[in-house]
Design a protein around this ligand. Structure first.
Ligand SMILES: [Zn+2]
Ligand SMILES: [Zn+2]
Length: 144
């Protein structure tokens, strides 16, 4: 799914019974231009740079939360930056392997990595919550 396409975003929102607002469209389209995780401040500056709109930082965070809840944007908590999901339809747990040196994200799912998080957490009598992504710090080949 191409997330920079307004029609796709609109359909995705409709499917989830949400509405697509101009700021929601703007935030996700701006984020889709980056190949790396970006901070909310960088996003705000980029969005406001053309002078047509003026979105403040709390609006940016609110919109980011909206898309995180819908699963189209991931937050890389360790570096407090945001990243467009590459596989929104993936039903397995989204795993964000992020390079601690260059911050590049290698997204995949737990199945492809052979990780059974449900089983591992059950050992501690905990129920795994599959609604959020999982971060793993790595060093990428370019940085090693
Ligand atoms: Zn994802
Ligand atoms: Zn790297």
């Amino acid at each position: 799914m191409d997330l920079a396409n307004t029609e796709n975003l609109l359909n995705y929102c409709l499917k989830n019974k949400k509405s697509l607002t101009p700021s929601r469209t703007l935030v996700i389209k701006t984020l889709s231009k980056y190949k790396r995780p970006v901070s909310a401040y960088e996003l705000r500056d980029e969005i406001n740079s053309n002078g047509d709109v003026n979105i403040n930082i709390s609006q940016i965070y609110r919109v980011l939360e909206f898309w995180i809840d819908l699963g189209l944007i991931h937050k890389v908590s360790a570096i407090n930056k945001f990243f467009l999901c590459i596989t929104p339809e993936e039903k397995h747990t989204h795993i964000l392997n992020f390079c601690t040196v260059c911050e590049k994200v290698f997204e995949t799912c737990n199945e492809k990595m052979g990780l059974n998080l449900k089983k591992s957490t059950a050992k501690l009598n905990l129920a795994f919550n599959n609604t959020r992504s999982v971060e793993i710090p790595v060093i990428c080949p370019k940085c090693s």
